[in-house]
Design a protein around this ligand. Structure first.
Ligand code: SF4
Length: 391
């Protein structure tokens, strides 16, 4: 029996624009050479002529933010090593488009701007998870009780319908949300359907169910970033945080991934990251970096947000808008569309992808009313935003 862990880093306000507390990117530094690569694509007339006219102003803003403003300035676009890492893995003719969509992802939520599509879309292959991490809504029995209807796997046809609807419209996608995607029965076929379709496709997993077939499916798909969720550098702490998890098994699976990648996918440019949730002082980033740094390309900690149960929190007095409303949208396994995963029971759901196009949902009356309440400092009118700390 493990002792209960203290979720000490609970915040009064969770600034989603700054959710990374630490990130280490192996062998990657901002240098004059890679800045020159960025400058080149931002000035390449052939590439610019192929860009949607509505995005041309973004190129001007990117140039100003990267080359004229101080990279430490509070707002605007910041070229960080992990962005540059992703940029450099792309073919030259995709790089301008990548910067534009990354700008939409980073800056639109800061300035509360929207256009026809969300900058980022999370598609949930399943809501099931085999872990019960202490900071996660999977600990909520009302959520995981099957008869309550929140649990399920996405069908392959649903996944294909979504991909067909969003291709060339949303470029940044994550295959993850409330559950671990590798549990989904059709995940290998889903992955095969993503090939060459998105500029940035990420999949997050606890790595406990990685096996040879799934590793091949990931490495031959359109996945650009593979995130392994882990928050500790020793077995004891790992087991306390990632309840039901076994660090030895996870390490074995990641080693197998690296072996297959090295032997069979030498040209793969996939970026691997270990990403943990920082919940208290027993976790040390230097230890994490030393422990995981040789196995993956990036090691990161994100701030803990009280995800596990927003519904039981007190109504707060936060006035700042929640940036998620301008950043991303979630599609659950059953096609339901929700503005965030903090609201894991979908009280804020705006519709269903079977009935509506993504753009109609993103610009719908319900979504815009929610945004209006937040901008008018009246987020307490919307439940559960009333008790949520995300800004
Ligand atoms: S519950 Fe409301 S405030 Fe919290 S993350 Fe979701 S949309 Fe934002």
């Amino acid at each position: 029996m493990v002792s209960k862990i203290e979720l000490k880093y609970k915040k009064d306000i969770y600034d989603k624009n700054k959710s990374f507390v630490d990130i280490h990117v192996n062998q990657f530094k901002l240098s004059k050479n890679n800045l020159a690569d960025v400058k080149k694509v931002l000035n390449d007339k052939n590439l610019i002529n192929k860009i949607d006219k509505g995005y041309k102003d973004i190129i001007v803003s990117l140039k100003e933010d990267i080359f004229e403003k101080n990279n430490n300035s509070e707002k605007g676009f910041k070229l960080t090593p992990n962005i540059l890492n992703e940029f450099e893995t792309l073919d030259y003719n995709k790089r301008l488009n990548f910067l534009i969509h990354r700008y939409r992802y980073d800056v639109y939520p800061q300035k509360y701007l929207i256009d026809k599509y969300p900058p980022y879309l999370q598609i949930e292959p399943t809501s099931f998870c085999n872990y019960r991490c202490v900071f996660c809504f999977q600990t909520n029995k009302n959520f995981t009780k099957r008869s309550n209807g929140f649990m399920g796997h996405m069908k392959l046809e649903t996944f294909k319908l979504i991909v067909d609807k969003v291709i060339n419209k949303v470029e940044f996608i994550s295959l993850a949300s409330r559950g671990d995607p590798l549990i989904c029965r059709d995940i290998e076929k889903m992955l095969a359907y993503t090939n060459d379709k998105f500029l940035n496709l990420k999949i997050n997993t606890n790595a406990s169910l990685l096996n040879e077939n799934k590793i091949h499916a990931i490495l031959s798909s359109g996945v650009k970033t593979l995130v392994f969720s882990a928050d500790a550098a020793d077995e004891k702490l790992y087991a306390k945080l990632r309840v039901n998890g076994d660090l030895k098994k996870v390490l074995k699976n990641i080693e197998l991934f690296n072996k297959i990648k090295h032997n069979k996918y030498k040209n793969s440019k996939i970026i691997t990251r270990v990403s943990g949730v920082k919940v208290n002082d027993s976790q040390n980033f230097n230890k994490m970096r030393k422990f995981w740094g040789n196995m993956v390309d990036q090691v990161a900690f994100v701030d803990y947000c009280p995800w596990e149960d927003v519904y039981s929190q007190k109504v707060n007095t936060i006035k700042s808008p929640c940036s998620e409303l301008w950043r991303r949208m979630y599609i659950w396994w059953d096609g339901k569309v929700n503005p965030c995963e903090v609201d894991f029971k979908s009280d804020l759901a705006v519709g269903n992808i079977f009935k509506n196009d993504l753009s109609d949902l993103w610009l719908s009356k319900g979504y815009n009313l929610l945004r209006k309440n937040h901008l008018n400092e009246e987020r307490q009118k919307s439940y559960p935003c009333s008790s949520c700390v995300v800004t």
